[in-house]
Write a protein of this length. Structure first.
Lengths: 339, 306
C-alpha cells in the first residue's frame, strides 16, 4: 500500500467513517434478516407505539430474560400494555416470509414467540415497525446516492474534459452551459427537474444526478486545463499519441483523485437532496420506506409521537456523516495541497 | 478596473439568458399539453384557447420564446393557475419573506460560524478545536428538515419558548433562521479555520511575531484580514444557496415564503408560478455571485484585471 493510502486508513475519523459505512452496508445487504417484520405490514391497533414498549427483563415466573407484552393504542387512553401476558424474545426465529435478491426465506435475527410484537424503535402512523422500515430504507438511500453520483460522473466528466481539451469555442460553450446549470443553487436544480419530470423516486434520482453534473464538469475542466499545456503531454503528442489516447491515458488519470474525493462528498449531498425531495413530497411515494418521506409523515404527529420523525433523521445523519468522513479523510490523505 | 467590472457584468448576461431559456423550456419539455400546464387542469376550453393564443403555443419554439421573452421584459410572468392572480404579484407577496429569512440565517451563520472557526484555528488540535470540527461535521451532515423538527420538538413543543410555526413576531423568526443557517454555519466554521490556519503558517506572520508584535495584533491586524477574504466569497455564495435551501425550511415552519409557494405550485402543477419562482431565485443567485465577484476584486489587491 502506498503512503497516502496508509495515511488514509490510519486516520481516526476516516476509520469511524469506514466503520459507519460498513454497518450501513451490512444493514442494506441483510435487511430482511435483521428486520423482524416487513416494512409494509401494518397494524392499525398499534399505531405510534413508543420504542421498546412492553419490553421487560423478568418473565411471568420472575425468571431473567427478554420478554414482550402486547401493546396497543386505546383511542382515548393512549398506549396500553397487557403486562399480564409475556412472550419470550427469541433469536434466529421463523417469521414473516421475505424475498430478497432472489432468495426467499423466513428467518429473522430476532422475533417474539406469540402474539406480541417487539418494536425496537416503535411504530408509525399505520402501526408499521419503524426499525424494519429504516433497515429497508438503507438500500433505497444508497441506490439513490449511487445512481445520482453515477449520472453526475458519466455526464459531468466528458462535459468537463472534452471542451477543456479542445479549447476555444467549445470550451466557452461548455462553460456557459455549466454556468447556467450552476445558476440554480443547491437543491433548486433538482426541484426544477422534478417539476419537469414529475415527482417519484426514479425521477428524483435522475434529478439529483443531473444536479451533480455541473459540479463534476467544473472539477474535471480544472484538472484538464492545468495539465494540457504541460511538457509531458506535448511529449506524448510528439511521439504520435492520438488525442483520445492523450486524454484517456495521460490526462484523465490525474483527475481520479479529485473525482474520488468529490464522489464521496457528492454521495453525502445526493442522499441529503433525495431525502429532501422525499420530505417535500417530490421524491419517493408512500408506502416506500424512504427516510425523507418517513420524516415528513412523522412531522404531522410530532407532538404525539416524536420517535417517528427522530429515527429516520438519525439514519440519514449517520449515512451522510459516513460519506463526509470518508471524503474528508480522502482529501487529507490524497490531496497534496491540504497538508 | 472599470473594464474588468464591465466584462464581468457582460459574462453574467448570457448566463441569465440561459436561465430564462431553461425556465421557458420547463413547460415545453414537461409531459403533457403546455396549454394545460399553464392554465391548470381544471381550465375551461375557452381559457385554454386564450392561453394558446397568448403564448403562441401553435407557433414554432423560437417564436414562442420571443413571445415569452417579450412578456417577461414587460414584467408579465403570466397568471397563477390556482389563484388567478398575476405571478408577479404572488412573487411580490412571498419573496420578501424569504429574503428576511435568508438574511437572518446568514447573520446567524456569520456571527457563530466565523468566530467558532477562528477559535478553533487559534488552538489547533485542542479539545475546543476538535469539538468545533465535530460539530461542524455534524452540521453539514444533518438534513435541515430533521434539525428543524427537533428544534420545534424541543424548543416549541416541550419548552414552549418559540412558536411552532408561522410568521409574525421576532420569536417566529428564531428557529427557522437557526435551522436554515445551520449548514452555512458549519461550512463557515470549517472554511474560516482552514484559511486562517493556512495564513498563520505563512512567513509574514512569523515576521510579525519576530518583530515582537502582540499576538492580538498579529491575529486581528495581519492574519484575519487576509484569511477572511475567501470567507467573504463563501458568505456570498452561501446566501444564494440559502435562498434555495429556504424551500425546505419554509415547509417545516409554515413560513409564507417563496419556497412554500414553489413546492405548493409544483404539487398543484401550477407551472406559471413554478417558472416565476425558479426564475426569481436563479436570477438573484446570479446577481449575488456577480456582486461577490466585484466585491472580491475591490477588496483583494491580488486579483488581476486581465
Amino acid at each position: 500500500m502506498t503512503r497516502p493510502w496508509r495515511r488514509f486508513f490510519r486516520h481516526r475519523l476516516t476509520q469511524a467513517g469506514l466503520f459507519l459505512l460498513f454497518l450501513y452496508l451490512l444493514g442494506a445487504l441483510f435487511a430482511p434478516f435483521l428486520a423482524p417484520y416487513s416494512p409494509y405490514s401494518q397494524d392499525l391497533r398499534s399505531t405510534y407505539i413508543p420504542p421498546l414498549t412492553g419490553l421487560s427483563v423478568r418473565g411471568p415466573e420472575g425468571e431473567w430474560g427478554l420478554w414482550v407484552s402486547p401493546a396497543f393504542r386505546h383511542p382515548l387512553e393512549g398506549v396500553q400494555v397487557r403486562w399480564e401476558e409475556k412472550y419470550p424474545v427469541r433469536f434466529l426465529v421463523r417469521g414473516e416470509t421475505w424475498t430478497w435478491l432472489g432468495i426467499e426465506g423466513n428467518l429473522h435475527l430476532f422475533g417474539v414467540e406469540g402474539p406480541a410484537r417487539l418494536h425496537l424503535l416503535g411504530t408509525d402512523e399505520q402501526g408499521r415497525d419503524l426499525f424494519s422500515r429504516i433497515l429497508y430504507g438503507i438500500p433505497i438511500s444508497l441506490s439513490i446516492g449511487l445512481v445520482a453520483v453515477g449520472i453526475g460522473l458519466l455526464l459531468g466528466t466528458p462535459l468537463g474534459a472534452l471542451p477543456a481539451y479542445l479549447g476555444g469555442r467549445w470550451d466557452l460553450l461548455a462553460q456557459r452551459l455549466v454556468d447556467i446549470l450552476l445558476a440554480f443553487p443547491g437543491i433548486l436544480l433538482a426541484i426544477v427537474l422534478v417539476a419537469v419530470l414529475g415527482p417519484g423516486l426514479v425521477n428524483g434520482m435522475i434529478a439529483v444526478g443531473i444536479a451533480a453534473v455541473p459540479i463534476y464538469a467544473r472539477l474535471v475542466r480544472g484538472v484538464v486545463l492545468s495539465l494540457k499545456g504541460l511538457d509531458y503531454v506535448e511529449a506524448a503528442r510528439a511521439l504520435g499519441a492520438s488525442h483520445t489516447r492523450i486524454l484517456l491515458r495521460h490526462i484523465l488519470p490525474n483527475a481520479l483523485t479529485p473525482l474520488l474525493i468529490q464522489t464521496s462528498l457528492q454521495m453525502a449531498i445526493a442522499i441529503l437532496f433525495a431525502a429532501g425531495l422525499g420530505f417535500l413530497g417530490l421524491g419517493a411515494r408512500p408506502p416506500e420506506p424512504e427516510w425523507g418521506l418517513m420524516l415528513a409523515r412523522g412531522r404531522e404527529y410530532l407532538a404525539v409521537a416524536p420517535h417517528v420523525a427522530t429515527f429516520p433523521g438519525l439514519a440519514i445523519v449517520g449515512l451522510v456523516l459516513a460519506f463526509n468522513l470518508l471524503g474528508d479523510g480522502l482529501r487529507d490523505a490524497l490531496d497534496p495541497r491540504s497538508r | 478596473m472599470t473594464a474588468y467590472f464591465l466584462r464581468r457584468i457582460l459574462i453574467a448576461l448570457p448566463t441569465l439568458l440561459g436561465v430564462v431559456v431553461l425556465v421557458f423550456l420547463m413547460v415545453r419539455l414537461a409531459p403533457g399539453d403546455p396549454a394545460v400546464l399553464l392554465a391548470g387542469e381544471f381550465a375551461t376550453p375557452e381559457t385554454l384557447e386564450a392561453i394558446r393564443a397568448r403564448y403562441g403555443l401553435d407557433r414554432s419554439l423560437p417564436e414562442q420564446f420571443f413571445i415569452y421573452m417579450g412578456a417577461l421584459l414587460r414584467g408579465d410572468l403570466g397568471e397563477s393557475a390556482r389563484s388567478r392572480r398575476p405571478v408577479l404579484e404572488e412573487l411580490k407577496t412571498y419573496f420578501p419573506n424569504t429574503l428576511e429569512l435568508a438574511l437572518a440565517a446568514i447573520l446567524v451563520a456569520v456571527l457563530t460560524g466565523i468566530p467558532l472557526g477562528i477559535l478553533a484555528a487559534l488552538r489547533p488540535g485542542s479539545g475546543l478545536d476538535l469539538s468545533v470540527m465535530v460539530l461542524a461535521l455534524l452540521g453539514v451532515s444533518m438534513p435541515v428538515f430533521w434539525f428543524g423538527l427537533l428544534a420545534i420538538l424541543i424548543f416549541s413543543v416541550e419548552l414552549g419558548w418559540f412558536p411552532v410555526a408561522g410568521k409574525g413576531t421576532l420569536a417566529h423568526l428564531v428557529l427557522p433562521a437557526i435551522t436554515l443557517g445551520i449548514n452555512a454555519t458549519a461550512l463557515l466554521a470549517r472554511m474560516t479555520r482552514g484559511t486562517l490556519l493556512e495564513v498563520l503558517s505563512q512567513d509574514y506572520i512569523r515576521t510579525a511575531r519576530a518583530k515582537g508584535l502582540a499576538e492580538r495584533v498579529v491575529i486581528f491586524k495581519h492574519a484575519l484580514r487576509n484569511a477572511l477574504i475567501p470567507v467573504i466569497t463563501v458568505v456570498g455564495l452561501e446566501f444564494g444557496t440559502l435562498l434555495s435551501g429556504a424551500v425546505i425550511t419554509e415547509t417545516i415552519f409554515a413560513w409564507p415564503g417563496l419556497g412554500q409557494l414553489l413546492v405548493g405550485s409544483i404539487l398543484a402543477r401550477d407551472y406559471p408560478v413554478v417558472q416565476g419562482a425558479v426564475l426569481l431565485v436563479a436570477t438573484s443567485f446570479v446577481l449575488i455571485n456577480l456582486l461577490v465577484d466585484l466585491l472580491y476584486a475591490a477588496i483583494d489587491p491580488r486579483v488581476r484585471y486581465d
